[in-house]
Design a protein around this ligand. Sequence first.
Ligand code: N01
Length: 499
Amino acid sequence: MQTILSEGSNAVPEPPRLDAEVIIIGAGFAGLGMAIRMKQRGMSSFLVLERASDVGGTWRDNRYPGCACDIPSVLYSFSFERDATWTRVFPRQGEILDYLRRCADKYRIRSHIRFDTELLDAAYDEPSATWRLRTSGGSTLTSRVLICAMGPLNRPNIPNLPGIDRFAGPSFHSSQWDAAVDLRDKHVAVIGTGASAIQIVPEIAPVVRKLTLFQRSAPWVIPRNDGAISPLQRFLRRWLPGYSWAVRTLIYWVLEIRAFGFTVKPALLQSRESLALKYLERQIPEPELRRAVTPNYRLGCKRVLISDDYYPALRRPNVEVVPAPVAELREHSVVTASGAEYPADVVIFATGFRATQGFGALRVYGRGGKELADAWRDGMEAYLGTSIAGFPNLFTLIGPNTGLGHNSMVVMMEAQYSYVLDALAQMRRDGLRALDVKPAVQQRFNERLQARMRRTVWASGCTSWYIDARGKNTTLWPGFTFAYRYLTQRFRPDRYERW
Ligand code: N01
């Protein structure tokens, strides 16, 4: 088996029982892409641990009606695997999952994946400079490098409401959709009005007897303008690689421009707010309903949602919007903070994810046995969202402050792939056993990042999953993606302790 690190290294013998040079946690979008990139570089000593029995991560788990991506398909795909078969501008869940499965097959990644294997904990062993991983299957694995690619949206946030166990009917989270529950002729309560809810509501509203939508705060919604990709377009994308590259680049820049309003001059978002309010006015003529769904914070502070059918669904006679926080569940009803009670046969929690706790929930122990959760007591942070001081040879994909509110996450992931590959190449070239980002480097990077964060729209005063319990935005990148790509284009060894 070819190794990544041993070539050119004759100073230190390989430790015994190295199951793989690199272990990647998660076979979702991020982990698969990393695995493919490694393979393309001729690296084959890697394993991917996947807790489920298929690839696809969030696109495997989220199967609710209407599930789709809000980034155009041409940009929500790997740049090195531009697919000509997308049928819609905004790809649906099934199409994205198929794409990821095809990628896994084409690059022969499946044989590297251990399915149904969850990471229980990982500990860095200082004498051998390796990671020891315990898995749910009862095995212990050893690797030189650990890459965490579980993504931030994998832990459903189900509110701990009083009476939640008393509710007599079925209840489930949007990412754990129970297809066995027949919603026809049922009174369905949907809690939450985020990106998931606004896709679910228009799909199920025509089917259910009554839909009560509990809205804690109104989202900003703009037109989606989805459509089929014509056979001619598909033909051109397939046979003219330059054409598909040009479309991708154009869409990238159209989306990238939005970062200016979000991260540099939020005041500029006023014009987009006016357009969104005009759209709302056209879509909902009834003043009372319109008032109820008008947002009261700056556009962009929470994720801007795109939909052509959400507002029309709210006007249906069998749909009621309840603009109030939910306080309690009873056997057959949902009760709001004011004590009003709404009957329900089924409750759907479209209440999002514990994004700011994602990686923190991992039981990972670094130098001196320090636990990651402890290192992140005051909030998650990393250097370039990728390296964490005190955790040598560990890399995170879509780690702290690398999420986006304006463009495709694939752009960020690909920047991280090249950074990690460059780090691995550096280790091989210099015969290094370990790399650990210097604490002062990480601190300086995050001080600057948080200073920049203060002028972004996300700091303009609203609650969102971007911000942790201490009020710190630990999820989003406060700038342009090209700036992040620039910072990650080359691994900087001087920023790391090396041995
Ligand atoms: O979750 P969310 P999501 N009582 O956190 C409400 C990606 N995604 O699953 O706004 C009552 O956005 C909460 O209310 P409030 C995308 O990155 C993408 O919808 O906090 N309500 C909010 O309305 C997205 O950002 C796509 O006041 C409660 C909702 O639940 C991310 O996933 C599609 C509550 C949660 O909204 C998450 O989206 C789907 C409580 N106790 C998801 N707790 C696309 O690409 C929470 N809420 C289109």
